[in-house]
Design a binder for this molecule. Sequence first.
Ligand code: AMP
Ligand code: GLY
Length: 424
Amino acid sequence: MKALVIGGGGREHALAWKLSQAPSIEAVYASPGNAGIALDVSCIPGVANDPAEMAALAETLGVDFTVVGPEAPLVAGVVDAFRAKGLPIVGPTQAAAQLEASKVFCKRFLEEFHIPTAAAETVETVEELDAALDRIGVPVALKADGLAAGKGVILADDLETAKAEGRRLLSGEAVGAAGQRLLVEQFLVGREVSFIVLSDGRSTFEFRATQDHKAAFDGDKGPNTGGMGAYCVDSILSDDLRKVVMDTIIEPSLAGMRSRGAAFQGFLYCGLMMTDDGPQVLEYNARMGDPETQPLLYRMNGDFGELLASAARGALDPSLVGWSDGATACVVMASGGYPGEYEKGKLITGVAQANATGAKVFHAGTMLREGKLVTSGGRVLGVTAAGPDLAAALSGAYRAVEKISFDGVQYRSDIGSKGLAQKS
Ligand code: AMP
Ligand code: GLY
């Protein structure tokens, strides 16, 4: 089979690389891809967010199926465009992707189907904001309704900050139109877990649970980012809790979308808070996580191509892949200043030496300039390694990280430390 991956970040590198390893796959294309993806598969320039262009590309290439990495093409309707032409694709329709595109839609959906989540009010004016804050109190989570590239959630400990940040969101100053409607949400306390399933609308394949690290700096300090590292080990979610999550959250969500005539086909990513009252939904994403995909696919056995092809056909067969024992870990190397302003075009050295340690360096924001690898984004590389346990996977990843350098490089040195503490 031939496959097309839409997107060009670290998650898409992992998707394309894993597909290229699958016995059933003879060719993989990525559009637009990036400099690192081009080392593993064929990259084709293109605008990922243009549904008609992507559908035409899939037709020209004659691929057997397409898989979508990021949320923006989904929200733009790429799956609808493919379906209209009868082209097999893995991903939710524009209607189903609303679970990620609108936090207000998602919250009302969770409430309608009695799926555990924090109580929240929707506000559109400063007066409504202040009244909701008085009722809900602090600490509080303020969430812009629309897509805001990870910058739309503010956690405030005191009322003054909550009022000021809420005003910045509502006025459009913080994240533009995405903040014109807000959720004012009760603050939840607990351990965060990323849990992803692949669904064809009816059957599901459960990925292992992973742990992301959203804050920019060690000790969970600093601003929220897209994710500075992730790991995958079975101790993150016990079998008992996994069953609770499937029974009380995932299955009712898939059934709810079906009953609304917007069956969810594709990757459903559930951001969970494990509270004293049980697992609660923090957010839904309509795609795999980045960087969660890197340690997940690095741990996967079996034919990922067959799995995705079966999902695209609407006949998902979860037995096509499995998991190796042990653990995997991914450390993100970012540009200095990320998630704020940062410079691009910094020369990257040591990637080959890092890969030679047995780790896999997934590229997120890299490009070639005069034949040399340089930085081109906030998150630059995702250095991923496996081991018999979490400690070994982490030391493998950090050993490889030490081989790589570029001007201003920034990474967390404590990825996985909570997981190590949890085990002991
Ligand atoms: P979200 O984009 O909704 O996942 O929010 C980004 C991050 O903010 C999450 O990963 C959590 O760390 C935190 N967060 C979101 N909602 C809440 C909440 N209700 N209580 C506590 N922390 C939250
Ligand atoms: N790493 C979090 C996300 O992909 O949304």
